[in-house]
Write a protein that binds this ligand. Sequence first.
Ligand SMILES: [Zn+2]
Length: 640
Amino acid sequence: MYKRRIIAFMIIIAICLLTLVCRLGWLQLIEADEYLADGDKDLRSPPVWLPAMRGQIKDRHGRILAYDEPCFDLSLQYQFLAADPKWISRDERLKIKGRYPLDARWIAAQQQKIGRSENVSPERAEFIFRQRWDNTWALVSRVAGDNGIADVNATTARVVRRIQRWASARGGDVKDMFRPHPIVKGLTDDQAVEIKAELEDTIGMSVQPSHRRRYSYGEHASHIIGFTQQIDRGDLERFNSPAPAGNRLEWKLSLYGNDDTIGKSGIERAHEQALRGRKGYLVRRAGKISESGVSQPGQNVQLTLDIELQKTLRDIWPPGQRGSIVVMSIPDGEILAMLSMPQYDLNRYHETEYFRAITTDEANTPLFHRAIAGTYPPGSVMKVLTTLAGLTEGTLGENSTDYCEGQLFYDNQGKRKFKCSHRHGEIVLADAIKKSCNVFFYHAGEKLGVPKLSSWYELFGFGKSTGLGLSEEKPGFIVQRGTKGIARMMAMGKSKVDVTPLQVANFMVTVARGGHFASPAITISPPPQRDEYDLPLSDSHVTLVKDAMFRAVNEPGGTAYKYARDEEIDICGKTGTAEIDKITKLNMAWFAGFAPYENPQVAFAVVVEKVSTSGGRTCGPIARAAVRACKEMGYIRSEN
Ligand SMILES: [Zn+2]
């Protein structure tokens, strides 16, 4: 089916190109002057560029997530647009009047053509011209409406303004003034056929072969995959290099045109150069094709994601909540799934109403990639880090004990300051992790101090980008200097530290591996560039922490016992509840860990934003469901 469509598409392209090449004769006469004037010796007449198919984005099992689909664009000739004063500002009109009488010339030529072909008087030809003019706009707005574009006038005005700015900058005519420009992109085959039947009664309109980006899974992994859109001025300047001294053809083929699309976010942006391919061209000399080059499709990018696992995470996400789940493979540090909620539908991104809805939703910010750009206080999850830092630096011993009265001290008014969740009494390190005793870790933080804690945060990959290459990623923040009071808060992940869910998941990978750090990977092909090193952790310290994290989930009294324990899989984890608003009492709720206890294979981090419940209660069940899904999909093999 797909093959048949491609063949049909190729045939249509061939016909379109032939027509285009024949019809462009007079246009090229006009353009040729400018073209030769810029001193190009490679190409004697202006080339027709042939678009390249963009590479596909696939998941780890080769399932296609993003692909180019042959389609058609409804395009309007610039002269047709420029002939209508409503697209042109008054200033521009005054300027154009004297310098660029293109519109009038074009209208006259069109009317003469009609007069000749219909064999009618000039008056009648003018009447037919006006009729076709009206038909054109009626057709454009109908097709735009069918394709989810509410305001086609805005699109049209953008095209005209862009070309005018370009012409002003160049101080004269530019090639884009003699070309058709896509106004409604991504027509279906049926639409294209229907419009072609009506073209005769329109003016300045054409249907052109094109590609549109489609996403097989709609909203799933939308933040990671990212979207493409028509190139803007900033990107044109950023990516189009100045003319080189040598081969100008190669250079021209590498240039972006004003109507080209470009990856704007996610993988589409990060791997733009590999995905875009290289355009082809046709050059005419004396009416014949004298030179041509086929377009080269872009390279595919294969992700480490499992899109089915990604879909499952979406299914287990609590309705109406905002936050993220990251699941990573421990042996190779690959991201298996990375959910950011809410998400948005990549296939609907270019629909006017949908776009407006997702860009104006300030409460939920669906475009925001929380897994890598959401920076949150991590709360007590960081007691794991403080423990490993304290044990390695010697400020904590494996059998260290502390006494918890339920708070650190009373203030002048007799109010409890630096409270704990319970009055834990005499408590040993491992139990302080399991029960998440604050008092124990306030003291542990004081003993370590800010500089040491800060350097341990950095060793575990916090406070810097993970190197995924996605432009949305944020490094987070780790305070470098401060008082004992700051150290207390830092030891608990309460303030002065902001981390992303991905950083926390990768932290869990590092702990589960016994201290081997590697930056996380999102691509299999191209292969990721990674930082790798070993942290100076001793095996017995790591074992102590892992045991305590196992007990937090699997023993009564553990903070996640009621919420994350699974009958079949030995899950290890640490809860975190970071209060972000003293008045509303809303928390950033966390649960992070790995599974199974023996030979751990997957690590996870779950964060739910602004809830009134604890990390264990909110995130425990989500993490358990995620780990179960990992087992069902073969990422946790039962070896015992
Ligand atoms: Zn306590």
